[in-house]
Write a protein that binds this ligand. Structure first.
Ligand code: ATP
Length: 140
């Protein structure tokens, strides 16, 4: 079934998540504060918009509350990522998944109600290691 996703922050991680969700046939609204990032995703998203994820007015005007799932993929700016997550939870969004930068960021995200906290490099390292020792390694 088609789902509605919004991705805020279009670094490598955000672009990759948005593109894959769109390829899988879902509706994707891709948002970044930087216009050139938004231009990169125009053909691989349902809608794209320039906007600040920490600005409640902007988020409401983009209809963020209509989305089932929001992914916060803001990277280096931990303050922006945290504030954006807090706003989304306060606005009542059910499922907010957030990319964490480090352990302290993780702890704060957990406290403010992030539904899933992702550490892409760590998670991918684990998966690769498991894959290497699994039988599937014979496939390579
Ligand atoms: P990656 O490893 O996925 O490339 P990164 O950790 O290097 O990501 P950044 O490049 O710091 O992450 O941030 C990801 C994106 O988030 C950038 O494109 C940046 O413009 C965007 N971004 C930063 N602050 C905001 C904000 N307040 N609202 C929306 N987008 C933002």
């Amino acid at each position: 079934m088609k789902k509605q996703f919004a991705v805020i922050g279009l670094g490598r991680f955000g672009i990759s998540v948005s593109t894959e969700l769109y390829k899988l046939g879902h509706d994707v609204l891709a948002i970044d504060i930087n216009e050139s990032k938004v231009n990169e995703i125009v053909n691989d998203s349902t809608h794209s918009a320039v906007g600040d994820g920490t600005d409640e007015k902007t988020m409401r005007s983009l209809g963020i509350t209509n989305f089932d799932h929001v992914i916060v993929a803001i990277g280096d700016d931990i303050q922006a990522s945290t504030l954006c997550t807090l706003l989304l939870k306060e606005m009542g969004i059910d499922s907010v998944w957030v990319k964490a930068q480090n352990y302290y960021h993780h702890k704060v995200l957990d406290k403010i109600g992030a539904d899933k906290i992702i550490h892409p490099e760590h998670d991918m390292g684990n998966r690769i290691a498991q894959h290497l020792v699994s039988e599937k390694v014979i496939d390579y």
